[in-house]
Design a binder for this molecule. Structure first.
Ligand code: SF4
Length: 336
């Protein structure tokens, strides 16, 4: 059996094509060649490693990536991000081939809301509208009325009539932030992101004392006591834009450390310090996002595997909540 056939056999177990890559290859050149040859587009999340961000055709957060996935005329979408994002791309462009370099690039937040358990939970709240953060599985989206991202979540909640009861899933931290922001009383599912939940209050306080002129900015997936310290709270794109327009020269950033690459590129004269987590690391990286590497990206483009496949009913039902979100986002001016 040749190497590719063996790699295909172990694909489900390993999550990626376990093949040797010639170390003398210029992977940037090869990936660019494959992009042209196959009419492929690489969509990368801000939390990907810098090399992947640099070779991507589009870098963004969940909302931007969804819009790109819906609008692209490429034949193949190579999604450098995590599984639920690639699933969302497949739902928005079902006729296209969607590839993910490593199928095991999951998400602790999406995993914290398994669809069968969530379905049972919904039975207790029959008269509620379900709003889900886009960080959830395709199956969970089939149980959702309106999806949202951290960019458009406030607009999504505000679009719902005041007398309508709401369930928000799966992120309890973003949910608590939205309750505060919109004044709406929502039932929250008890899920969280492992990256945004482990920022250390104590270490951040010390860092702020050491850098008295630095602005502390945070993503709304962080816990309430961390958000309380922040002078700006926003989505990944929101944080990036904020650092460009703020007169501050130093920032302590509480979200996945991958975004610092774009912040530094956009403002080379400013200093960006990743907010430290509770563990011994100096910065906070998502272990799932980091499963994608340049080698895996190259192999998945070359062999067009692993591919995201979803049942038709999941695509049809799951897409409805994403389309509603895009419509609200457009009206609110977040996308054009
Ligand atoms: S940073 Fe958190 S929410 Fe984002 S993919 Fe990783 S685990 Fe999921």
């Amino acid at each position: 059996m040749d190497a590719i056939a063996v790699a295909q056999q172990t694909l489900t177990q390993k999550g990626y094509l376990d093949l040797e890559v010639d170390p003398t290859l210029d992977l940037f050149e090869e990936i660019n060649r494959l992009k042209k040859e196959k009419n492929a587009i690489i969509l990368a999340h801000y939390y990907q490693e810098p090399d992947i961000q640099d070779i991507a055709d589009y870098i963004g957060d969940s909302l931007g990536l969804s819009r790109e996935a819906a609008n692209t005329d490429a034949d193949i979408i190579v999604f450098a991000g995590v599984h639920f994002m690639a699933e969302t791309a497949k739902m928005l462009s079902p006729q296209k081939k969607v590839l993910l370099p490593d199928l095991k690039a999951g998400c602790s937040l999406a995993d914290s809301a398994p669809a069968p358990l969530f379905k049972k939970f919904l039975e207790k709240y029959p008269d509620h509208v379900v709003v889900s953060y886009v960080n959830c599985s395709a199956e969970l989206k089939t149980l959702t009325d309106i999806c949202c991202t951290s960019t458009n979540a406030v607009d999504v909640i505000n679009s719902i009539p005041l007398d309508q009861k709401i369930i928000f899933a799966p992120d309890k931290n973003l949910g608590a932030y939205l309750i505060k922001k919109t004044g709406r009383d929502m039932v929250l599912w008890n899920g969280a992101c492992m990256v945004h939940e482990i920022f250390s209050n104590e270490k951040i306080t010390k860092l702020m004392l050491r850098h008295p002129h630095a602005e502390f900015i945070a993503h709304p997936e962080c816990e309430e006591h961390i958000l309380a310290k922040a002078s700006y709270i926003g989505s990944t794109t929101g944080l990036l834009k904020y650092t460009q327009k703020s007169p501050a020269k130093e920032f302590i950033v509480a979200t996945e450390a991958g975004i610092l690459h774009q912040m530094q590129k956009a403002s080379p004269d400013k200093v960006f310090i990743p907010a430290p987590p509770e563990n011994n690391c100096a910065c906070n990286e998502c272990p799932y996002m980091r499963l994608n590497t340049l080698e895996k990206l190259y192999l998945c483009m070359k062999h067009e595997l692993p591919e995201i496949i979803l049942p038709d009913w999941v695509i049809q039902q799951g897409r409805v909540c994403i389309d509603r979100m895009l419509e609200i986002s457009q009206k609110a001016g977040h996308i054009h």
